[in-house]
Design a protein around this ligand. Structure first.
Ligand code: AMP
Ligand code: GLY
Length: 430
């Protein structure tokens, strides 16, 4: 069987690596892929991005299953296009992907279906609405959270610890668009929400539109610096399982968040197929609330989750794409997986490309280096994006997995490399 993975990051490298282990899988194409997927003999890069060209390829090559990694092609409707052409694909439709691509839609959906989340208000860019947004902040005070409505690669959120920061964020997002958000038509919108204290976790499930399967829990680290300091990034590291998701919290998440969300979508006429990622905030009493939904696997959460998955991912996703998920169970390695991201000089504001990378260890069952922003340049491996590598270790404890990952990180060289040495610190304290 041939499989196609759409995307080019660490998540897609991990997906392709895991899919290629499938008993019936012959070739995994990655479009467009990266330097790591180019070097892996089991994978083949495909220099295509246009959804129509990808569908033509899948049809001509009789690809058995296409799996979509990132949100952008989902929000652009790649699943709808493949399905209209009778091609098997795993992911949410464009309508269902709005749960991620529009924060205003997601908040309204959660409120209407009684799904626990922060209270919010939504504002447009007219002078009257900008004034109302400022008045809202003055009325509620800080801390308060200001979010751009649209895809922003994790950068469109300002957690304002004082009122001045919130007022500045409103002007940045509705006026100057200083964060460079790709806004939803017809123009800039923001959501202002209540600040939720607590500990975050990533809770990811997959659904075929009817049945739901939960993946292993995980937690990522969004800030660039040790001790969770500095600007937000796409994610600097992750580990699985996340001890903060106790069996009791897990049950609450399923009954209060995941199942009502899937049922609500079905009731609204947009049955959800694909990975669904609930970003959770879990308070001191163990009560989870939804920070956001993503319509895809997390990155770097996918790397640690897939490192622990023992089941044949191809067979599971094939069944899911066929609407046959009921009765399937996933097998997990009981050990801990932990990933440390190596990012480029200047990330997240202005990552530098073209640094030569050396010292990569050979992968094995307990250590894998998934590539994100890498490319091959005349036979040399060079950096080509903000997050460059995702060094992932699997072993008996969080502390040991962190040590193993960092040992490998220190062998890998490229100029200006940045990484965190405290990934998993919350679980180590637990
Ligand atoms: P988002 O893109 O919505 O996931 O937000 C990015 C990050 O901002 C989250 O991972 C949280 O750390 C933080 N955040 C977002 N919304 C809230 C909130 N209402 N209260 C506290 N922190 C938040
Ligand atoms: N690591 C966070 C995300 O994938 O959205």
């Amino acid at each position: 069987m041939k499989v196609l993975v759409i995307g080019s990051g660490g998540r897609e490298h991990a997906l392709a690596w895991k899919l290629a282990q499938g008993a019936r899988v012959q070739t995994v194409y990655v479009a467009p892929g990266n330097g790591g997927t180019a070097q892996d003999p089991a994978l083949r890069n495909l220099p295509l991005a246009d959804p129509h060209a990808l569908a033509d390829f899948a049809a001509a090559e009789k690809v058995a299953l296409t799996v979509v990694g990132p949100e952008a092609p989902l929000a652009a409707g790649v699943v709808d296009l493949f399905r209209a052409r009778g091609l098997r694909i795993f992911g949410p439709t464009q309508a269902a992907a709005r749960l991620e691509s529009s924060k205003a839609y997601a908040k309204e959906f959660m409120q209407r279906h009684g799904i626990p989340t922060a209270l919010y208000a939504s504002f447009g860019a007219t002078a009257a609405e900008v004034a109302a947004a400022h008045a809202h902040v003055s009325r509620h005070g800080a801390p308060i959270v200001v979010k751009a409505d649209g895809l922003a690669a994790g950068k469109g959120v300002v957690v304002a610890m004082d009122e001045a920061a919130a007022h500045a964020a409103i002007d940045d997002m509705l006026g100057a668009n200083a964060l460079g958000v790709r806004h939803n038509a017809p123009g800039a919108r923001i959501v202002i929400e209540e600040y939720m204290p607590g500990e975050e976790a990533s809770f990811i499930v997959l659904s075929d539109g009817k049945a739901v399967l939960t993946l292993a829990t995980s937690q990522d680290h969004k800030r660039i610096g040790d001790g969770d300091t500095g600007p937000n990034t796409g994610g600097m590291g992750a580990y699985s399982p996340a001890p903060v998701v106790t069996p009791n919290v897990h049950a609450k998440v399923m009954h209060e968040i995941i199942l009502p969300t899937l049922a609500g979508l079905a009731k609204d006429g947009v049955p959800y197929t694909g990975f669904l990622y609930a970003g959770l905030m879990i308070d001191a009493q163990g009560q989870p609330r939804t920070v956001e939904f993503n319509c895809r696997l997390g990155d770097p959460e996918a790397e640690v989750i897939l490192m622990r998955l023992k089941s044949d991912l191809f067979e599971v996703l094939l069944q899911a794409a066929e609407g046959q998920l009921a009765g399937i169970e996933l097998q997990w390695d009981r050990r801990t997986a932990l990933a440390v991201v190596m990012a480029a000089h200047g990330y997240p504001a202005a990552p530098r490309a073209g640094d030569v990378i050396t010292g990569l260890p050979a992968g094995n069952a307990e250590l894998q280096v998934f590539h994100a922003g890498t490319a091959l340049d005349q036979g040399r491996l060079v950096s080509s994006g903000g997050r460059v590598l995702c060094v992932t270790a699997l072993t008996d404890s969080v502390r040991l997995a962190q040590q193993r990952a960092l040992e490998a990180v220190r062998q890998i060289r490229f100029d200006g490399a940045q990484w965190r040495s405290d990934i998993g610190h919350r679980a180590i304290k637990h």
